[in-house]
Structure formats: structure tokens, C-alpha cells
Write a protein that binds this ligand. Structure first.
Ligand code: G3H
Ligand code: ZN
Length: 287
């Protein structure tokens, strides 16, 4: 895939999942469906895996399933056993050495269950929560350095690295209104890519400047996570749908416009991610 990144979209209910599938089908590209520990607890880890498999088999749309932000060995093993294609192992809140040892242990455990599973590790601070925040959480946050990226990849044998490069989970109100945007450290992404030589994921994609996203792909980002943007449109379209007819009680009639609205955001993001300059999705050190 030249000049493109995979779109990763979090789901917390069936309408969101349908919207991601429909968006990917419309644009004609593969997509990653993600579920954090909270989203998995709500949907059911094995139930979500069964749903995605069933939708993929029936539709032929190449969608893959990621256990997003997994903070324990137990939860990573649970996802691997349920058939998830990838796990984001997130011990980034721990000091570097502990992050290395817990990540390494988890990579080994999930690869023993499924050698083909993709293991992602995370370093640096990208804030928490795909929610609407009062203020930007940028003050004093540590960005990933190329040297620690190299050391982390080498010590853990992860397939994918999630660095902190100016990205941040969630959106502030001005981003929701489209008045401000997140900006990325493109130079740092290039340097991390060169040093780490693995696939790179950009977390916290919601509200990021379009041009920065395209430049980030050219600099070496392979996967882009979007969650808050979907949650915002999910809520707004649900409110609109409910307000349209107060006597409407048929769930699939209320939810149909929600799926459609979320699908439009998914499609727009997928189009942007598949229309960047010319870079290779293959990481420098991968064959
Ligand atoms: O893992 C999920 C994300 O990184 C999404 O971040 O809510 O800012 O789009 P976001
Ligand atoms: Zn994330």
C-alpha cells in the first residue's frame, strides 16, 4: 500500500460496528475495528470477535480486530484466545524499564497463543480517554525519542510501535466545533520510523489537522486511530433522531440515521488516509 495508512475505528455498540463496515465497503479499503478494555467489557470480548468474523465472512470486507489499550496480561491473553488479530499492549504509564518487561512478557504470551497476532507497544504520554476534555492535556507531556523507540522495539520484539508525537486522546470543545486542530511533530515521526524500523500507529487521531495526518503517513505512520470523532457524531445524530419524532420507539428506525452519520465520518477519514503522498506501508526493517 503506497502512501496510505490503515484506519482504526473504535466500536462500543453494534451501530458503530456496522458503520465501520459500511464505511470500509464504500471506500473499498481494509479497516481495523478496535475495542478498548471498557468497550470489550461492554460488548463482550468473545461476542465482538464472533460478530466481526461473521460480518467479515458475509460481506467480504477485510476488517480486522484489535484489542485496544490493554493494561494487563490477563486481558491480552483473553483477547488473543478470543481470536483478535492484534493487541495494543499499553504499559506506557509505567517507568520505561517496567514498560519494557511487562510488554515483552505479554508479547511472548499472545504469540504463544497465535504466532500471527500483531503486538503493539506504547511509549510516551498521549493522555487518556476518547472524550471531550476541558483543556488540552499537553502541559509537560513526554514525547517519544528515536533512541528510546529503538531500544523499546529491540527489547520487546513488538511488531508495531505507538509513539507520542504531539498526538493526544480525545478532543477539547474547540476541536469538536472545528475551531482548533491537533498538530503533529512530523520530523520526530520520520526519525522514530528510521530508528525503530517497525510499523507505527498514531493514536488520538480525532481532531487532527488533515494535512498533518497526510504528512504523518508520508513520514511513516501506518495505522491511525479515530474514536472521539465517531462518539461525537454518534451522540449528536442519536439526539437528532430521537428529537425528530418523540413517538418513534422502533430501535432500528431510530438508529438507522446514526449508522449513516457515523459511516460518513468513517468514509471521509478512510479516503483521507488512502490519498497521501508516496510512502511505503512496509517498515524499513520488515521484509
Ligand atoms: O485508541 C484509540 C484512539 O487512540 C482514539 O483517539 O479518541 O482521539 O480519536 P481519539
Ligand atoms: Zn489510543
Amino acid at each position: 500500500m503506497e502512501g496510505a495508512a490503515l484506519g482504526h475505528f473504535n466500536v462500543a455498540d453494534f451501530p458503530l460496528l456496522k458503520a465501520v463496515l459500511e464505511g470500509a465497503a464504500e471506500v473499498g479499503v481494509p479497516a481495523l475495528v478496535g475495542a478498548s478494555e471498557g468497550e470489550r467489557d461492554f460488548l463482550g470480548t468473545r461476542q465482538l470477535a464472533a460478530l466481526v468474523k461473521s460480518l467479515r465472512d458475509e460481506s467480504g470486507v477485510p476488517v480486522f480486530l484489535n484489542a485496544d489499550h490493554t493494561h494487563s496480561l490477563v486481558k491480552a491473553i483473553e483477547a488473543a484466545k478470543a481470536g483478535f488479530d492484534a493487541v495494543v499492549i499499553d504499559f506506557s504509564a509505567l517507568p520505561f524499564e517496567q514498560n519494557v518487561s511487562r510488554t515483552k512478557e505479554t508479547v511472548e504470551a499472545i504469540k504463544a497463543i497465535n504466532p500471527a497476532i500483531l503486538a503493539e507497544g506504547e511509549i510516551g504520554d498521549i493522555g487518556s480517554g476518547s472524550e471531550i476534555h476541558e483543556t488540552t492535556q499537553s502541559g509537560g507531556r513526554s514525547l517519544t525519542t528515536p533512541e528510546e523507540a529503538r531500544q523499546f522495539v529491540e527489547a520487546t520484539s513488538i511488531d508495531v510501535l505507538a509513539p507520542a508525537v504531539g498526538n493526544m486522546h480525545g478532543m477539547v470543545k474547540s476541536m469538536v466545533e472545528g475551531e482548533t486542530k491537533k498538530h503533529l511533530d512530523i520530523q520526530r515521526i520520520s526519525e522514530i520510523k528510521r530508528a525503530a524500523g517497525v510499523f507505527l500507529t498514531l493514536h488520538g487521531g480525532s481532531g487532527t489537522d488533515d494535512e498533518d495526518l497526510q504528512n504523518a503517513i508520508v513520514a511513516g505512520i501506518n495505522i491511525i486511530h479515530i474514536n472521539t470523532e465517531l462518539r461525537v457524531v454518534w451522540r449528536r445524530s442519536l439526539e437528532n433522531s430521537l428529537a425528530r419524532d418523540r413517538n418513534q420507539v422502533v430501535p432500528y428506525k431510530i438508529l438507522a440515521p446514526v449508522i449513516d452519520s457515523v459511516k460518513r465520518v468513517v468514509s471521509a477519514r478512510l479516503k483521507l488516509f488512502s490519498a497521501s503522498g508516496s510512502t511505503k506501508v512496509s517498515p524499513a526493517r520488515a521484509s
